[in-house]
Design a protein around this ligand. Structure first.
Ligand SMILES: [Zn+2]
Length: 101
């Protein structure tokens, strides 16, 4: 993201940049985990010990920018390739033309 644009809400030029959006772990008070936009549990493409297909969790994480002027938050999905794959495999992601409304 090398373009320099101001806040779409108020035009302010400075943001708090957050590399990975995180959330408190729901069971452990001292733990913070990346917040997932979406994801699924499925075949990893690797073979397990006894020749079976190994599954693993795939999660699309997010980068955030918080406007220093009005606190408007912009979110960016980190893994576009995974979103493409989830759309192709119909795993809760759909490609649509334009925004609703
Ligand atoms: Zn703003």
């Amino acid at each position: 993201m090398s373009r320099e644009r101001g806040c779409p809400q108020c035009g302010h030029g400075e943001f708090f940049a957050i590399e990975t959006v995180e959330s408190p772990h729901y069971e452990f008070a001292n733990s913070i985990k990346p917040l997932g936009l979406t994801g699924y549990y499925g075949p990893s493409g690797e073979t397990g010990l006894f020749g079976g297909s190994k599954d693993r969790r795939f999660v699309v994480e997010m980068t955030a920018y918080v406007c220093r002027g009005c606190r408007h938050v912009l979110l960016f999905a980190k893994d576009a390739a995974l979103l493409e794959r989830m759309a192709r495999e119909r795993r809760g992601v759909e490609i649509v033309a334009g925004l609703p409304g």
